[in-house]
Design a binder for this molecule. Structure first.
Ligand SMILES: Nc1ncnc2c1ncn2[C@@H]1O[C@H](COP(=O)(O)OP(=O)(O)O)[C@@H](O)[C@H]1O
Ligand SMILES: [Mg+2]
Length: 385
């Protein structure tokens, strides 16, 4: 069992408050990802959990025990950083076993733990090498191995893949997801990359300016973003935002009119908006399909062909730019006119404060977890298979 709970956790450096009251619960065996732009407080929050930063106010609770004042070494956590900080003169095996040696673990036990971690991380054949004889991805695996041998209750990762090239990041992402399943451990992972968050997390916590904008499953955040910030942060390319005005409201839908005069009726709950209100219509590029006729027409300015799909940057009459995701096969080229049909079921509506208007229907996959929920693994035990 390893749960982590934060209650109104705050952090100030002098007069500057950088974490402004975070409430959060990380479930047992959950893969929780903190994501947000640079400087939003991700590392600070993780370092407070690790015990490397003092908590200014609030409670940090691990497995039901308040640990604000418990030293890092006694919290049962292990942290993996972006910089691997391996000892250059030590072999892979010695690097991985170093913390165990410091803790006075007998040699045989140390060897067994290092061997097991090396097997999990596919480092078996590299145990005698020095760090300089390893690739970046292998070094990062050694750094993870150092954490695994300690059998921590919770793994903490701070942007561990940021130093790797794009292809290796994708590979390590998959390995980390697999590792999470094999270790059945609670993990908290910090990244600025929303793709890493979407692909690895059971729960994503979106941070901005020291506050939690939203916490939920990847598809919860994708289908039901709570505000314009989350809507724009999750998903790539970004969601398109169009100014609109409310023209009609009934129990089943709210109708909004775009600046070009076209109308869309969206199935959101009535009550928050009134006719005449200025709103923002949000539509993801992948939900804007070119069609013979539709609500929006513009001029194609840039075409990005990725082979399997095409991103079409389209300028509207008011000067704003719309991104449309189309098939790889589409023959559109620059300066042509293009029309898109909106699917109201995939449109988002935000009020003038940027808060989402709640949909009537929840997406059927919004609560889907990436990994099996803890209850189904109840007998698996914490130990490594
Ligand atoms: N030791 C410190 N003293 C003063 N300000 C700090 C310190 N550490 C971090 N900060 C500030 O706290 C904010 C959050 O930093 P950080 O948690 O590192 O962000 P992130 O990891 O999301 O990029 C930033 O504005 C940063 O400048
Ligand atoms: Mg950071």
């Amino acid at each position: 069992m390893a749960t982590v709970t934060l209650k109104d956790v705050q952090k100030s450096y002098g007069a500057a408050q950088v974490i402004k009251g975070v409430d959060l619960s990380v479930d047992d065996r959950e893969f929780c990802v903190f994501v947000g732009p640079s400087g939003c407080g991700k590392s600070t929050l993780l370092r407070m959990i690790a015990g490397l930063e003092e908590i200014s106010s609030g409670d940090l609770i691990i497995d039901g025990q308040r640990v604000n004042d418990v030293p890092p070494s006694e919290r049962g956590l292990a942290m993996v950083f972006q910089s691997y900080a391996l000892y250059p003169h030590m072999s892979v095996a010695d690097n991985m076993g170093f913390s165990l040696r410091l803790a006075g673990v007998p040699k045989e036990e140390r060897r067994a733990k290092v061997t097991e971690a090396a097997r999990i991380l596919h480092l078996d054949k590299l145990l005698e090498r020095k760090p300089k004889e390893l690739s970046g991805g292998q070094r990062q695996r050694v750094a993870i191995g150092r954490a695994i041998v300690r059998k921590p209750k919770v793994f903490l990762f701070d942007e561990p893949l940021s130093n790797l090239d794009a292809a290796l990041r994708v590979q390590m992402r998959i390995e980390l997801a697999r590792l999470h399943d094999e270790l059945a451990a609670t993990m908290i992972y910090v990244t600025h990359d929303q793709v890493e968050a979407m692909t690895m997390a059971d729960k994503i916590v979106v941070l901005q300016g020291g506050i939690v904008e939203q916490a939920g499953s990847p598809l919860e955040l994708y289908h039901h973003p709570r505000n314009i910030f989350v809507a724009g942060f999750i998903g790539s390319p970004k969601m398109n935002f169009l100014p609109a005005k409310v023209t009609a409201i009934d129990a089943a839908s709210t109708t909004v009119q775009l600046t070009n005069g076209a109308s869309v009726a969206i199935a959101v709950k009535p009550g928050r908006l009134k006719v005449g209100d200025a709103v923002t219509l949000g539509v993801r590029p992948e939900h804007m399909r070119p069609a013979e006729s539709g609500e929006i027409t513009g001029e194609v300015m840039v075409v990005e062909r990725l082979g399997g799909e095409t991103f079409i940057y389209t300028q509207l009459t008011d000067g704003s730019m719309l991104i449309i995701q189309a098939d790889g096969e589409i023959s559109t080229s620059v300066h042509e006119r293009i029309t898109v049909k909106l699917d109201p079921a995939t449109c988002h509506l935000f009020d003038s404060d940027g808060l989402a208007i709640e949909r009537i229907h929840r997406h059927p996959l919004a609560n889907l977890r990436r990994s099996p929920p803890p209850a189904r693994q109840a007998d698996a035990g914490r130990s490594v298979r």
